[in-house]
Design a protein around this ligand. Structure first.
Ligand code: COA
Ligand code: MG
Length: 305
């Protein structure tokens, strides 16, 4: 069911509202870490109510998350709710839906229908709380089960969709393979990662890469983040504040790339009547202009906040 027209008009969130290079996870029941996370340079802090929180602590984590949403956020806050097939999904949504989290992260998302359902539920909660309907963005993790990989078509699913997330750890458990070994990421995970890059481009939203689980292996993290950047990913989830700098560096286009992009914009503006020209001896046209504009959007991500 398409989102109602009024909701579209009122909606203020889009993928340019927050930079999405680094999204730092913090367990929803870890109050000191939450405080610390909000003071890091991460673009977004994700309060996790799902896998990082034991069943016995779900309620406490939910209450703590509500407190954060009511308080001084200091930066965009995402809430990772529990999956739709758990007893906690509706309780999480009911608690946070009227408190305007910047993003709801949906784990174990298996198809566009999961997003549509969440979108409608959020609309009801927003309306009930008299806050703008459509304000909360949705970031689904779309590769956490083998079943989710059968259909990654998220085109036009909802105006709330702000990105697609590739998450490898649950998928590796589902497939019965190690996520990474000395050769790098498992080929099946790599295949899912590429599928997310394609699906995100088709849906016209950024793609976000899986967290790297070793907080101290900075060189390996930088390699993995660099690979994601080459696949067109916009950012990476983090699990530790020490990962943020390497992730920002990986998703920042190089000065040479930015110079090329400015050159493309300039050259095509100067030859406005011709759609095609040469830059440094190579043909450039509208396709190169679109790529250049993408790079230039990365130039100062903080401006997007
Ligand atoms: N956010 C904010 N602060 C964090 C943090 C995080 N994700 N991870 C660690 N820190 C803090 C620690 O509390 C510690 O603070 P202190 O010096 O004031 O005591 C400091 O950074 C150093 O932490 P360190 O000792 O290196 O790590 P740790 O052993 O305490 O924690 C993890 C390791 C993996 C348990 C922790 O990083 C973590 O909880 N990460 C998030 C896990 C998560 O949410 N996973 C779900 C999605 S995959
Ligand atoms: Mg998980």
């Amino acid at each position: 069911m398409p989102e109602q027209k009024g909701a579209r008009q009122e909606r203020v969130t889009d993928d340019r509202r927050f930079a999405l290079r680094s999204l730092l996870f913090v367990p929803g029941d870890a109050d000191k870490k939450i405080d610390k996370a909000l003071d890091t340079p991460a673009d977004v802090v994700i309060l996790d109510l799902e896998d990082a929180v034991a069943p016995s602590a779900k309620r406490a984590a939910r209450l703590l998350a509500c407190g954060v949403l009511r308080g001084d956020r200091r930066k965009p806050v995402a809430i990772r709710i529990n999956a739709v097939d758990t007893p906690w999904y509706l309780e999480d949504l009911g608690a946070i839906g009227g408190l305007r989290p910047d993003i709801v992260m949906l784990p174990k998302c298996e198809a566009a229908a999961d997003i549509k359902r969440l979108c409608d539920q959020l609309s009801v909660l927003e309306a009930a709380a008299s806050v703008p309907v459509g304000d909360i963005a949705i970031l689904p993790l779309v590769t956490e089960t083998a079943a989710a990989l059968r259909n990654t078509d998220y085109r036009s699913v909802s105006e709330r969709l702000c990105a697609l997330g590739f998450a490898g750890e649950d998928l590796s458990a589902d497939l019965g393979v190690e996520a990474r070994d000395s050769l790098g990421m498992n080929p099946l995970l790599e295949q899912a990662r590429r599928a997310v890059a394609m699906a995100a481009a088709a849906a016209d939203v950024p793609a976000i890469d899986t967290p790297f689980p070793d907080p101290h292996a900075t060189a390996a993290l930088a390699r993995e983040a660099g690979d994601a950047a080459r696949l067109g990913f916009a950012g990476k989830m983090c699990i530790h504040p020490g990962q943020i700098d390497a992730v920002h560096a990986a998703f920042q286009p190089s000065e040479a790339t930015l110079q090329w992009a400015r050159g493309v914009v300039r050259a095509l503006a100067q030859s406005a009547q011709n759609g095609v020209t040469l830059l440094d001896g190579k043909m450039i046209d509208r396709a190169h202009l679109r790529l250049a504009e993408r790079y230039l959007r990365h130039e100062a991500p903080e401006k997007a906040q």
